[in-house]
Write a protein that binds this ligand. Structure first.
Ligand code: SAH
Length: 388
């Protein structure tokens, strides 16, 4: 965690004349990247963003391999205005399915309303949200987010008012802001909340101040709260029951599920297509070697190696494995060779049994696509590709 660049007074701090301050990248992006890095570092799976607005943060998070549940809540959720489509899997999601499932749901609702579907998350983010809450909602916010939703982590970002004198305008940064806190105000509030709900909190920020004005701190102040694993102290409010009674208040405005290798249909299709690709490459090399030969003999294939994207060690392993061969018009690929191809190997976790069973199942269920007038034959020890 970065050190907060706090100083107690601005007496020794030269605040440069007011001019447009340019952040590179823009400070809103820096806030999103901050969350992205946190998610990566902790391998977080279930994340909710309160006040998701145009869903840019959720859209960035959907690319993380570890993320499996993304939820957005916004009082003014209008997903069709910005095209909820940016959160959908798209064609690419079907061509190369994710390793793990991913479900994304957007709700219309308030961050100060309790809804049991928000309980049990790894992380709840509130990026530039709290300053939009009036005093009544701000008072309810900790009990709902920390007491009831009770996630493993909470990230709250809010403007640092000490930075404001550097901006040309002397008003709040957004007309909808109800307040903008200095660092002491934010940290006092955050420490009180953390203590009450048994979290620890650390402070950092994004948007560096210009040279000479370091004492004002970051443009955006950020509190990262982490739930304490130890039992709550007597003075703290007890954690909610394991099984929170169902309470659905939010309105679902958008939901989507991604194809993934955890779903047997996409797993089998991917395995088939990776196998077909590997066999296709073996076959073309084999045919090149056959060009000079016209006989029906079994032809051993020494050079039938996929060259691209393989390490020396993988190439050597392929060379040592049983070789593809042909008998008449049939081209045989021993499964022992097919399974060495890294993508195939990764999919079946090195299990020959799994590879054989799934390819055979595919044949029965006609799920392996017949491509380029070639069809599959599976025997006990080999998969063969036969011209039809
Ligand atoms: N997090 C976004 C948007 C910040 S603007 C970003 O960083 O870009 C604040 C957002 O909070 C707006 O989209 C607004 O509609 C939403 N909002 C305001 N009050 C809210 C409340 N009580 N509950 C949920 N969302 C709220």
């Amino acid at each position: 965690m970065e050190e907060n660049k706090q100083c107690n007074s601005m007496d020794n701090c030269e605040v440069p004349s007011k001019k447009v301050i340019e952040f590179k990248p823009p400070v809103y992006e820096q806030r999103y990247y901050f969350v992205k890095n946190l998610v990566n570092r902790h391998g977080l799976r279930k994340i909710a963003d309160l006040g998701f607005s145009d869903a840019t943060l959720l859209w960035m998070l959907k690319y993380h391999r570890c993320v499996q549940y993304l939820v957005g809540v916004d009082i003014a959720a209008r997903p069709f205005e910005w095209g909820g489509g940016r959160l959908s899997p798209g064609v690419g999601g079907y061509i190369i399915p994710r390793e793990l499932d991913l479900t994304i749901t957007l709700y219309r609702g308030s961050a100060v309303q309790k809804d049991s579907r928000l309980c049990g998350f790894d992380l709840i983010t509130c990026i530039e949200l709290i300053e939009h809450l009036d005093s009544e909602d701000l008072a309810k916010f900790p009990e709902v987010v920390f007491g009831y939703f009770s996630p493993g982590m909470v990230v709250i970002s809010t403007p640092n008012s000490e930075f404001n004198p550097l901006f040309p305008a002397s008003t709040f940064r957004d007309p909808d802001h109800r307040f903008e806190w200095n660092r002491t105000q934010f940290q006092t509030w955050a420490f009180d909340v953390a203590k009450l709900y048994n979290y620890s909190v650390e402070f950092t920020g994004v948007g560096d101040p210009p040279a000479g004005a370091e004492c004002v701190g970051y443009c955006t102040q950020i509190g990262v709260f982490q739930k304490n694993i130890a039992k709550p102290t007597e003075s703290s409010i007890s954690e909610p029951e394991e099984h929170v009674p169902e309470e659905h208040v939010y309105e679902v405005v958008y939901t989507t599920s991604y194809p993934s290798l955890q779903q047997s249909k996409y797993f089998r299709l991917t395995l088939s297509s990776e196998s077909v690709k590997a066999i296709g490459l073996m076959k073309s090399r084999f045919l090149r070697g056959l060009r000079k030969r016209e006989d029906d003999q079994v032809v051993p294939l020494g050079s039938c190696t996929l060259q691209f994207g393989l390490t020396e060690a993988q190439r050597a392993e392929i060379e040592q494995s049983p070789k593809p061969y042909s008998v008449g018009e049939k081209f045989y690929v021993p499964l022992e060779r097919l399974i060495i191809y890294p993508k195939v190997n990764h999919l079946v976790v090195g299990s020959m049994e799994k590879l054989r069973t799934i390819l055979a199942e595919g044949l029965r269920q006609k799920e392996i696509k017949v491509r380029c007038r070639w069809s599959w034959l599976i025997t006990k020890h080999k998969a063969s590709l036969m011209s039809i």
